[in-house]
Design a protein around this ligand. Structure first.
Ligand code: ZN
Length: 414
């Protein structure tokens, strides 16, 4: 029997199954994965006909999972979980295979920030954030913003499809948590070193508190080693304290403390995430490097913050939040390319994936700055050369028509 094509349907060792089913029943499906790996060497994604190959990976803990075949992400249906934009659409292109290594047992990432150090070794707080990077040379390590963007891109949290309706932290948590279990950072399982703030429910409160306690207990001195950890959550409020600030997080009572100097640097480096507009109209997600203070508090040693819409689509400015929300309201399918650690990466602001070839959206917020105008001209020329459809919005003007061309004649709202 021929399997019906469609997103989420997988062919594994001659059987057609749903990806969601495979992910839910990891132990029950292990023999099927093992057989497919031995007999075919790969699985098949049925989002397109002919089917596309998928890599079968098995973590050191013996957990099987699937990954897109390298270089074939663009060929999947735009609604497929293995769909990826082609080269030139992600800051990921700037890393060497040392920084992000994809192997049979999962992805291993070399994070610039050390998470363990000998107990008597003084901390060099600046080495982590500012790795020298020569133009034209691939980065050998991943910074905090790079890791945050990688997680968002791998879980497709930077994409939107009209079928989604809404996206909550609960859904983000589920997608991210699975990815943590398939990834290692600096030789350790990401799941063990990163605490992903779980969604709060009264039923889960006790379990959440216990999980945070277990994470806190891992930090600090253990024998001759001092351990730090990563914490990923949504900043709800930045409150002043006598020594700096307390980051109050959504879904968690325990705040993260930071010295004034660190917060000042973060507010400069991630100014859109810490702007007033971000707090009012969007959300901000942060990845912290945390230490345990002598008093048992969680203290940030470093952080990266990302502005997003309320549905967690990343945005590089509050104007992009407006654009992303408007595209979602017009029922467009789109992806927000993320720059990782490359501040100077030239990427489209948004890519509309419901058109073939994909179309682009550019948001122009700054006037009269030469470098910005040059970049704008370079981008325009690039799109013209590609023959790509470009929607431009100068934020001093009303939003341009954003409806899909097939629906634009259906009435108001275009
Ligand atoms: Zn697919």
């Amino acid at each position: 029997m021929h399997p019906t094509p469609g997103p989420g349907r997988i062919q594994l060792a001659g059987r057609t199954v749903h990806l969601a089913w495979l992910r839910e029943h990891t132990s029950k499906t292990a023999p099927l994965f093992a057989r497919a790996r031995a007999e075919d060497g790969h699985a098949r994604c049925l989002c397109r006909s002919p089917a596309l190959r998928l890599v079968i990976r098995c973590t050191r803990a013996g957990r099987y999972h699937l990954a897109g075949w390298p270089g074939e992400g663009e060929q999947h249906a735009s609604t497929c979980p293995f769909y990826k934009l082609g080269p030139g659409h992600s800051g990921r292109d700037s890393y060497s295979t040392q920084a992000i290594r994809e192997a049979d047992d999962g992805v291993s990432i070399r994070l610039a920030t050390p998470l363990t150090r000998p107990w008597d070794c003084p901390v060099n707080r600046d080495t982590a954030a500012d790795e020298p990077h020569d133009e034209g040379h691939a980065r050998r390590t991943v910074g905090l913003l790079g890791l945050l963007h990688w997680l968002w891109e791998e879980t497709q949290l930077n994409t939107w499809h009209p079928s989604f309706r809404h996206r909550t932290w609960h859904q983000c948590h589920a997608l991210l948590y699975r990815r943590l279990r398939e990834t290692s950072v600096n030789g350790q399982g990401l799941e063990s070193v990163l605490y992903l703030v779980p969604p709060f429910t009264p039923q889960a409160a006790a379990a959440n508190t216990a999980a945070l306690e277990a994470f806190r207990a891992r930090l600090g001195r253990h024998g001759s080693t001092e351990r730090r950890g990563l914490l990923l959550g949504q900043i709800k409020e930045v409150a002043p304290t006598p020594y700096g600030v307390a980051y109050r997080l959504a879904h968690q009572r325990t705040p993260i403390y930071a010295r004034a100097a660190l917060h000042a640097r973060a507010a400069r480096s991630f100014r859109h995430a810490f702007s007033r507009a971000a707090a009012e109209h969007g959300a901000r997600v942060a990845l912290f490097v945390v230490e345990r203070s002598p008093g048992g508090h969680l203290v940030a040693a470093d952080l990266a913050a990302m502005l997003t819409t309320r549905t967690y689509i990343p945005a590089d400015s509050s104007h992009e939040v407006v654009m992303a929300d408007a595209l979602a309201a017009r029922r467009r399918a789109f992806t927000k390319p993320v720059r990782y650690d490359s501040a100077d990466a030239v990427l489209p602001d948004f890519v509309l994936t419901d058109l073939h070839p994909a179309a682009y959206v550019e948001v122009y917020g700054i006037h009269g700055r030469e470098s910005y105008d040059q970049r704008k001209a370079a981008k325009r020329e690039f799109y013209q050369r590609q023959g790509a459809w470009l929607i431009e919005w100068d934020v001093a003007q009303p939003l341009p028509p954003l409806a899909h061309p097939d629906r634009s004649r259906c009435g108001p709202g275009a």
